[in-house]
Design a protein around this ligand. Structure first.
Ligand code: SAM
Ligand code: SF4
Length: 320
């Protein structure tokens, strides 16, 4: 259905857990308290929410977290969601640590595509960013996804243009059939304390290195990324410029947190809770609340005016 600004809302991100096996410094601090399991929606409740969202025109779902693969039975949920009438795509965003282990089950469950978050190809920097030495397992996950012919995108939040991570990551597209996307750091949660790097700077550097870089206007997914293609490369390089490039006019998404809050925009904490309605088995109310959440979707984010940001939860609780 359309929101009050005429945008077609057809995509819902579903966070299925606040837990994670990494501690990315811009996302999740050490010592964070977990939400009690009884507060977190069951798979059955998530299914009902997704069915009601599908009835309102949502046809694409993204399963996220925390780290979705740490929640037991994640492939079962993917299967349940993929079987919902009207749902065309179910994709997953993961840090990749458990991906090689789960890939056969995810493929079998009907997963449409996977995004792996990886900010560097340097093992030392990886450990600094994520707090763990798990880069080899992430690389094994990437290989497994490719071996299973799973459409794959790597998402990177960059820390500095000087350390060359943009260069090594974009070079991957030369030899592997995957897209690499640079996501500007958002001032949400731990990201509040760090300085974002503008994607414009990265694009300029990429153009200097590859003067024949071409804009790639083919459709790559559901997101607001702008893509470029290095001549002869197997994949493309995308830019998600949340801060320096506004894409709110074409925003097509809502988000559901693991506790059943429906959010219209990352920037604001106003969410509509559907948990009570789900727990009462009141489907009609679930649909009414989802409709309201879509209608109330804010016109745009306010990341450029820090004082207006009302969302103070960690990104790991919202799902990115
Ligand atoms: N654990 C999974 C993962 O890392 O892909 C899924 C959840 S994670 C919260 C989703 C995405 O949000 C990741 O790509 C992560 O890099 C990104 N993210 C977390 N905090 C962010 C921030 N402050 N600004 C921009 N992206 C952020
Ligand atoms: Fe975990 Fe993903 Fe947050 Fe990193 S970005 S701490 S992997 S939820």
């Amino acid at each position: 259905m359309k929101d009050t600004f005429g945008r077609e809302i057809d995509y819902m991100r579903i966070s299925i857990t606040d837990r994670c096996n990494l501690r990315c410094r811009y996302c999740m601090p050490e010592g964070i308290e977990w939400i009690p399991m009884k507060e977190i929606l069951t798979f059955e409740e998530i299914r009902v929410a997704a069915e009601e969202a599908a009835a309102l025109g949502i046809c694409k779902l993204k399963v996220t977290g925390g780290e979705p693969l740490v929640r037991k039975g994640c492939p079962d949920l993917i299967r349940m969601l993929k079987e919902i009438p009207g749902i065309k795509e179910v994709t997953l965003t993961t840090n990749g640590v458990l991906l090689s282990e789960y890939m056969p089950m995810l493929k079998e469950a009907g997963l449409t595509a996977v995004n792996v978050s990886l900010d560097t190809l340097d093992p030392k920097r990886y450990a600094e960013i994520t707090g763990k030495n798990e880069m080899d397992r992430v690389m094994a996950g990437i290989e497994a996804a490719l071996a299973y012919d799973m459409p794959l995108k790597l998402n990177a939040v960059l820390r500095s243009e000087e350390d060359g991570d943009w260069e090594a990551l974009s070079e991957l597209t030369n030899r592997l059939p995957l897209d690499v996307r640079f996501i500007e750091l958002m001032p949400i949660g731990m990201g509040e304390k760090l300085k974002p790097i503008s994607n414009e700077v990265i694009l300029e550097k990429l153009l200097q290195k590859y003067p024949k870089l071409k804009r790639d206007d083919r459709k790559h997914g559901n997101g607001p990324a702008v893509y470029y293609h290095i001549p002869e490369a197997l994949g493309s390089v995308g830019f998600i410029s949340a801060i320096h490039g506004r894409f709110c006019e074409s925003c097509n998404r809502i988000r559901m947190t693991s506790t059943g809050d429906i959010k219209g925009c990352l920037c604001y904490d106003e969410g509509i809770s559907i948990k009570e309605a789900l727990r009462r088995g009141d489907r009609r109310m679930v649909r009414t609340l989802l409709t309201k959440a879509i209608q109330n979707k804010p016109q745009g984010h306010c990341f450029d005016q820090k004082g207006s940001i009302t969302e103070h939860r960690k990104m790991s609780r919202i799902g990115g």
